[in-house]
Write a protein of this length. Sequence first.
Length: 238
Amino acid sequence: MTAKINADTSDGLKLVSDTSGVVDIQANGVNACSVALNSVTIGSGAAADTKIVFDGNAQDYHIGLDDSNDSLTMGKGSTLGTTTSVVIDANGIITTPLQPAFSAFPSSDQNDATGNGNAVTVQFGSERFDRNGDFANSLFTAPVTGIYLLSASVTMHDHTSSNTTGRMSLTTSNSGYLYEFDPAENISGAGVGSFSLTIVADMDAADTCTVAMQVFDASNRVIDFQASGTFFHGHLLG
């Protein structure tokens, strides 16, 4: 039997039941959706994007098949392929294009930064990537409350034999994380050495994190932060 649902000449929408117990919902003679016992199929099998839209009061979301890429996508809004949050490709690989992640590095050397005990924020003037736009002015700002993996490495040179104590810190709004070292032991005879610190930090939305270096026991600030080999990375774990 055939039952029409608000059908007109523009959409030709109809219900079609066959002997196998499958009810097809057709538009212009093409299956838009098939309903069977314990199963719903969207689409006709032809090359076309298909989606389900959740029509909210303030915000819509969608989940659908991007047929051109053979991927299942989920995102904000009603248009497939825009503001995509999750993509599952044909190999089952899951990517999250909007998940917060950044990689920053200095634009140039930071000369005569420390050596006399002053703590100095390391300047990261360039970005390799900043997926959610959360890094600016050498500062990472957590966009949402969660657990973050943060890692930094700073390469220093021009130390003196009197520089015997050093500290590297990653400081968040919730806590500070400190690594102490002896520059005389860790810096090579050429006066160059790298120091790294990786943390897993709990951060609330709008909390911030910076990288600082502090080297003691000299009267002057003689130690430079070298752009090459210095970086600050991070991403949201969950």
